[in-house]
Design a protein around this ligand. Structure first.
Ligand SMILES: Nc1ncnc2c1ncn2[C@@H]1O[C@H](COP(=O)(O)OP(=O)(O)O)[C@@H](O)[C@H]1O
Ligand SMILES: Cc1ncc(C[n+]2csc(CCOP(=O)(O)OP(=O)(O)O)c2C)c(N)n1
Ligand SMILES: [Mg+2]
Length: 313
């Protein structure tokens, strides 16, 4: 089917806002946000790098939306509008595009996101996807990675390492393993995390490349250090083996939110979180000495050389 028919059949029905102009124009018009600052992010996903070639396309669609929504949440913002770039290989049947579009439309709706437009191209080297997502800040400014101060608490949502266990299981051919969902379509914290971050966080980021590496990034951006108590982290599978815990906290694909906040906000944060049934806890403290320190059973751990996922050439 030619490109234009794919767009009108599969994507135009998802792009219902007036700014999208029925996906018939060169540009889309963004919706004004009043006085609130708007943030924008983009994350790409590539077959064989971010997902497996045999992952269901409905899962790939949900993951694509979620990996971008987690970036928006980390700024203390709620997602609003999206642009999709799709590079589609010849070998994949149109039925897979239909699965992708149905799940993509549903996932956008779940998060209250309007599809504004995109681009569709042929991709000889495998499926390539990129989503650009805007968000409206819930506070006066976006929360960045660079505002943490020594002595502040370090908070983390949810669980770390589930995607890694799911990826392991798929590698063994075990598609029914209980962790597979976390790799194929990670569960995000609830949207209330955006308000919590906007209200209380001095710095925040989403955990995509591995908790320890990302924590080190937040400290570096803030010009201070960070101490993470590994015993306070909810690690998937509840392993008590330090080398396994280090593997799971450096693998990535978690899409949880890491943030710093003043210690005197602890009770307020906990009551906000419990009212929102949010899974959250203090996992460490910002420090004045630069760098990352991980603590296990009261002692500093020898850190692995690689603290997170990095693309390399
Ligand atoms: N090709 C690029 N062109 C411009 N900016 C880029 C490019 N790749 C990454 N960046 C920017 O570098 C920063 C770090 O990106 P990245 O590590 O992908 O962050 P994240 O883990 O939040 O996605 C972001 O500000 C991002 O916008
Ligand atoms: C097939 C496959 N191999 C390996 C991984 C591991 N992996 C690939 S990318 C990634 C982290 C996130 O990717 P990146 O492009 O760095 O996202 P960003 O930090 O920009 O949000 C992880 C854990 C995977 N998800 N899938
Ligand atoms: Mg990125």
């Amino acid at each position: 089917m030619p490109e234009k028919d794919w767009i009108s059949s599969y994507f135009a029905p998802l792009a219902r806002s007036s700014g999208a102009a029925g996906l018939m124009d060169d540009v889309a018009e963004m919706t004004p946000s009043g006085d609130a600052p708007v943030v924008v992010t983009v994350d790409a996903m590539v077959e064989g790098i971010h997902f497996r070639a045999d992952d269901p396309l409905a899962s790939v669609a949900r993951k694509l939306v979620r990996v971008n929504v987690s970036d928006i949440y980390s700024a203390g913002a709620l997602p609003t509008e999206a642009l999709l770039t799709l590079g589609w290989p010849e070998q994949r049947p149109e039925a897979e595009l239909a699965d992708f579009a149905t799940a993509f439309g549903h996932e956008l709706a779940v998060h209250g996101i309007q599809l504004l437009g995109g681009d569709t191209v042929k991709a000889p080297a495998g499926l390539f996807l990129s989503l650009t997502l805007t968000g409206v800040c819930q506070g006066a400014r976006p929360v960045r990675r660079n505002g943490a101060k020594p002595g502040q608490d370090v908070w983390l949502t949810g669980q770390i390492g589930a995607a890694c266990l799911g990826f392991d299981a798929l590698g063994r051919g075990d598609k029914d393993d209980r962790w597979v969902y976390a790799y194929q379509e990670p569960r995000l914290p609830y949207a209330d995390i955006a308000t919590l971050v906007a209200r209380y966080a001095s710095a925040a980021m989403d955990v995509s490349d591995g908790l320890l590496g990302d924590a080190a990034q937040m400290a570096k951006a803030s010009g201070c250090g960070i101490e993470i108590n590994l015993e306070n982290i909810s690690v998937a599978g509840n392993s008590r083996d330090l080398s396994e815990i280090l593997r799971l906290t450096t693998w990535g694909d978690d899409y949880q939110i890491l943030f710093s906040a003043e210690k005197n906000k602890r009770d307020e944060i906990l009551s906000f979180a419990s009212a929102s049934v949010m899974d959250i806890g203090v996992v460490g403290e910002m420090a004045s000495d630069c760098g990352l320190k991980a603590i296990w059973r009261g002692e500093a751990v020898n850190l692995p050389e690689t603290l997170g996922f990095e693309h390399g050439w």
